[in-house]
Every structure is written in C-alpha cells, then in structure tokens.
Design a protein around this ligand. Structure first.
Ligand SMILES: Cc1cc2nc3c(=O)[nH]c(=O)nc-3n(C[C@H](O)[C@H](O)[C@H](O)COP(=O)(O)OP(=O)(O)OC[C@H]3O[C@@H](n4cnc5c(N)ncnc54)[C@H](O)[C@@H]3O)c2cc1C
Length: 394
C-alpha cells in the first residue's frame, strides 16, 4: 500500500513491522477479521532490524511461568507455521530444525537447574536432567569434567527468522493488513490518549489503538509518546564457524557464561553475549571477538573445536530491557491508555513473537488476556521500578 493520505484512520496502528509487529497484526485479524490494521515500517528490506539477524533459537527453558508458556505456544506455532501461516495453497517453510536445547552447569548450580526443570515439567514441557556421564554418552565430544548436570529439552529447536518474519508478513497482508512504508517521527497526544502518528513523509495516521513494536528502537518510539521505556540497543555478534576435526551434531548448547551455539549445516552458529557492551545503534564487527572470546570457550567445551575456523560474523541488536532483561508487554494503563508496548525481549523476541502478538491482540480486542496471563510483564513494573527477572541462565 502507498503511504496513506492525511487523516487515514485505522482501528489499530502498529509501529514497527519486524516479527513482533507482523505477528501482532496477524493475530488481531484472526480475532477480528473486520478490524482495520496498519503496520508502519520504514524498511521492507529489514537491513538493520533484529529479526533477520537472529539465531533462530526457540526454547522452553526459562524460569518464569510467563516465559515458559510464551515459548510453549510459540514453539508449537513455529513448528506448524507451514499450516498456520499458509496463504491459499502456499505453505511457508520456516526451516524448523528440532535439534533441542541443552543447558549445562557446574556442580554448585545443579540444585537450581533441577528446580528449573521441575517447574518446566510441571507446565507440561519435556526437559530431562542429565548427569555428566549421560551427557558424555550422548555427545562424546563434550568436555564434561567441570560440569554437574545438563538440562535437555528435546522438543526445542531453531528456525530461519527471516522466513518466519516474511511468513507472518505475507499472512497478515493476505488478511487485509495495510503495510505503510514510513517511519513514525512524532505523535499527536491528547490528555489521556495518543490521537495520531505523524510519519516522515508528513502524513498522519489516526487510530483507536497504537502498538509500539519497534524492537531496539522502541525506547525512542515510546519517548515520542512521553513514556519512559528503559529498552536500549545492545550489540551482539553471531558467528558461523566450522570444526577443525570431526564432531557430532549438537543441540543449542548454553552455559552460565552466556556461550550459546548449535549445529548449522556442516558447521555451527552462535556466540557469546556480553551484557556490558555500551548501548548504541552499532553494527560494527570486531573480527577478533571470535578468536579472543568465543573460540576459547567453545573449544574448552568441545575440544574438536580447537582448530575451529570462523567464516562469518555479523552484528545485530538485542532490544535490552535494562530493568530486568524481560519483555514489556501491555497497555500504558496509568498514562496514554490506548498506547501498548510489546518490546524489550532482550534476546527472546523471535521465539516469543507468536504468543506475545496474540497476547496484545487479545488485550486490544477483548480488553484482557484470554490465553496466557501476561500482567506481570506489564509496564507497571517499570513505573514501580520492580524487576521481574529470570532466575535461571538466559
Ligand atoms: C545476533 C542475534 C541473535 C539472536 N538470537 C535469537 C534467538 O536465537 N532467538 C530469539 O528468540 N531471539 C533472538 N534474537 C533476538 C530477536 O532478534 C529479537 O528479539 C526480535 O527480532 C525482536 O523483533 P522485533 O520485531 O521486536 O524487532 P525488529 O525485527 O528489530 O523490528 C523492529 C522494526 O521497527 C522498525 N522501526 C524502528 N523505528 C521505527 C519508527 N520510528 N517507526 C516505524 N518503524 C520503526 C524497524 O525498522 C524494524 O524493522 C537475536 C538477536 C540478535 C541480534
């Protein structure tokens, strides 16, 4: 759709057309096909958006019930995306690989890991606690000398984020969602509502409800509404590398130091997140990072990686919630009450987009959550300065 003429009016205007914005639009139309929905996205190539730069990992291994339930719904959805997001006879292939996740921890962390597994099991997720000997039996290349246990979730896996984003976008467009190629640069604010968005081409979009789904840019978008949202862009590298010696395929392995990588084709994809990196819209790649930081940790865990070769490194942005590393999902009840946020996933937004998008859609259409109660992830905890953290490793 071309940019709207002044005074275009919708029921819902979504700011940001990454995976979160597109999933929200899709679920809005599922719940109410008559609803007029617009997604405002300046860059249909998604050059700097986080979604196409993501690693694609999807896991149920979280420690808050909300995140576990967001994953449960979303993983089932992503596994069945071909059917759920089909447009006529065209079934998208989002490249799902059911490779599983494996969290590995030192001996002193075993009680914590066991408690996490118990909670995940109680919510219907298959997660198995494995001893070092059992880990070694399944993945013979793994160095287990310093490990106390591992938690393996065989139903987890990874997909191609770019394909999933476009599957949502095409589906939403087929349902009648308008995609507006523009950037939101200002807002027309009333006393208790957002009245309209002003776009960079000078046009105006009016709506009943406005959703901030601008990912790493969501703090800036919130500021246009006068909302303080502590979500900032945090650079993180992803590397594709191959082993120097033969090695078995591995699940998505994560450890306490935030080393996280998995099999990808003939090699491996992943990285080591450094949470202290300065916040900025920074896409510069430090090619020494793999050699200096990632490789020693990966080779310690899997000795066949001693001779690993890094073929490609890219940088993308986490939309980091500085309060507690968890998403902010909900309506600004104490401010502009038709303004919603669904952002700040801090590295989990691709996997949680289906359930989070459905949640915001329920809030708009029904006025409350119907499937998963996401109230604890709402903006109120930001206003009150009360973190709601994951207690496990993330
Ligand atoms: C290297 C890396 C690896 C990752 N691995 C994983 C993983 O394994 N699993 C996982 O779940 N997540 C992962 N993530 C995180 C994941 O990529 C994000 O959580 C997710 O993509 C967020 O989606 P989004 O739609 O909110 O943001 P985006 O995809 O960034 O989309 C936001 C959109 O908002 C638009 N926008 C910005 N400002 C404006 C404005 N003023 N007006 C209109 N539009 C605007 C932008 O153009 C952009 O397209 C990873 C991220 C990185 C960088």
């Amino acid at each position: 759709m071309p940019s709207p003429t002044p005074d275009t009016t919708f029921d819902v205007a979504i700011i940001g057309g990454g995976i979160v914005g597109c999933a929200t639009a899709h679920f809005l139309k599922n719940l109410d096909a008559a609803m007029q929905v617009a997604v405002i996205e300046p860059d249909p190539t998604y050059e700097f958006a986080s979604t196409p730069r993501a690693s694609g990992g999807c896991r149920v291994q979280f420690t808050s019930p909300e995140n576990i339930l967001l994953s449960k719904f979303s993983i089932d959805f992503i596994r069945n995306a071909g059917e759920r997001l089909a447009v006529d006879d065209a079934r998208p292939d989002v490249g799902w690989v059911g490779g599983g996740y494996l969290f590995i921890l030192p001996p002193d962390q075993v009680p914590n890991l066991a408690a996490n597994v118990k909670l995940q099991n109680s919510l219907g997720c298959q997660v198995d606690l494995l001893t070092p000997a059992e880990l070694k039996a399944r993945w013979p290349s793994m160095n287990v000398d310093d490990l106390g246990a591992g938690a393996h979730s065989p139903g987890d896996g990874w997909c191609d984020p770019h394909s999933l984003l476009w599957a949502f976008r095409r589906k939403a467009a087929s349902q009648g969602v308008a995609f507006v190629k523009a950037k939101v640069t200002a807002m027309d604010l009333g006393a208790s509502t957002v009245r309209a968005l002003v776009l960079d081409d000078g046009s105006v979009v009016r709506a009943e409800h406005f959703v901030n789904a601008a990912g790493a840019w969501s703090g800036d978008v919130a500021a246009l509404a006068g909302m303080k949202l502590p979500i900032s862009p945090m650079k993180r590298y992803e590397h594709y590398f191959t082993a120097g010696s033969p090695m078995e395929r591995i699940p998505y392995v994560k450890d306490l130091a935030r080393l996280a990588f998995r099999s990808e084709g003939n090699g491996f994809s992943g990285g080591l997140v450094r949470g202290t990196v300065p916040r900025a819209y920074d896409f510069e790649v430090d090619h020494a990072y793999f050699e200096d930081v990632v490789w020693p940790a990966a080779a310690h865990r899997f000795p066949p990686l001693q001779a690993a070769r890094c073929h490609r490194t890219w940088a993308g942005l986490y939309e980091e919630c500085e309060l507690d590393g968890n998403a902010v999902i909900g309506r600004w009840n104490n401010g502009l009450a038709n303004f919603y946020v669904v952002a700040g996933f801090s590295g989990h937004g691709m996997m949680h987009a289906p359930a989070a998008g459905r949640g915001i859609a329920e809030l708009i259409v029904h006025g409350r959550y119907e499937s998963i109660d996401l109230c604890r992830l709402g903006y109120e905890r930001i206003e009150q300065g009360e973190p709601y953290r994951e207690t496990g490793i993330v």
